[in-house]
Design a protein around this ligand. Structure first.
Ligand code: CP
Ligand code: NVA
Length: 303
């Protein structure tokens, strides 16, 4: 039976821990220049409805390092659900490739692809979730903090796909998750309810960024206007002003906190240059780990 990775909850706790271990092994081999052509001759079709730097490059280079090949299908090319129906796209791509990675607006597009394709489908970001990002982020936390269990993780900003994914993972791995958003910009209520029902982590919502950040091991933020919300940028800038990650806010965190951001960042909006480029920032390790975790995910699903 083929498996997909559309949401963190598609993997069990043991499987996620195995993916971390495999990612570390593959990263080590990559750094030592040891060939690891585990997906030799295999092809990943990559569908992008939205722009990308990290996701495209990390999947493409990762596939190359695994001995396979990645085909980029940009926003103008495939017309997912418009030029061609979602099931037809899936049934064509499965004739040419052994896996599909898709970055989409509506989450139903990745579930639709997965339902029709007989090959694994990986979610490379939807409006709802960004699961590859969050597993890579946990790998970065493990590398910098030694573990993830009980980590005090403060997310400050918009209740978007990134924080929905953190909530999903908090239903599987034990975290101390604190989320500060403005009123009416909270994360997805169904995802929150399901994660809380699993009883694995503390998940606290507040409108007070200082409360979220107090004693935090990790401070995480993301853009105030996600891809597709560009027309709301000015309005959101006013609403989110008090949620900027800056020297005054981070002063409330643990002394050895790390700063994380999935990137791209809007310097001067959700975060200042001083924090982005400061001694606590691990943002480029975080970006690099996208590739190592995704290689592990592709090996798990496509080998
Ligand atoms: N973090 C992330 O997914 O970056 P891109 O949008 O550049 O792929
Ligand atoms: N929330 C952001 C994440 C970008 C990686 C977006 O969806 O645009």
């Amino acid at each position: 039976m083929k498996r997909d990775f559309l949401a963190e909850t598609d993997f069990s706790k043991d499987e996620i821990v195995d993916v971390f271990k495999l990612a570390r092994e593959l990263k080590d081999k990559t750094q030592k220049g040891i060939e690891h052509h585990i997906l030799k001759g295999k092809v990943l079709a990559m569908i992008f409805q939205k722009p990308s730097n990290r996701t495209r490059v990390s999947f493409e280079v990762g596939m190359f390092q695994l001995g396979g090949h990645a085909v980029y299908l940009g926003p103008q090319e495939i017309g997912l659900g418009t030029r061609e129906s979602v099931p037809d796209v899936a049934r064509v791509l499965e004739r040419f490739s052994q896996g599909i990675m898709a970055r989409v607006f509506g989450h139903h597009l990745v579930t639709g692809l997965a339902a029709s394709a007989r090959i694994p489908v990986i979610n490379g970001l939807s409006d709802l979730l960004h699961p590859c990002q969050i597993l890579g982020d946990l790998l970065t936390i493990i590398e910098h903090k030694g573990h993830y269990e009980g980590i005090k993780l403060a997310y400050v900003g918009d209740g978007n796909n990134i924080v929905n994914s953190f909530i999903n993972v908090a239903g599987i791995l034990p975290l101390d998750l604190r989320i500060a958003t403005p009123m009416d910009y909270e994360p997805n209520a169904d995802i929150l309810k399901a994660a809380r029902a699993r009883g694995v982590s503390q998940i606290k919502l507040t409108q007070d960024p200082v409360e979220a950040v107090a004693g935090a091991d990790v401070i995480y933020t993301d853009t105030w206007a996600s891809m597709g919300q560009e027309s709301e940028t000015e309005m959101r800038r006013k609403i989110f002003r008090a949620y900027q990650v800056n020297d005054a806010l981070t002063a409330h965190a643990a002394k050895d906190y790390i700063f994380m951001h999935c990137l791209p960042a809007h310097r001067g909006d959700e975060v200042t240059d001083a924090i982005m480029d400061g001694p606590h920032s691990v943002i480029f390790d975080e970006a690099e780990n996208r590739m190592h975790i995704q290689k592990a995910i592709m090996v798990k699903l496509m080998a």
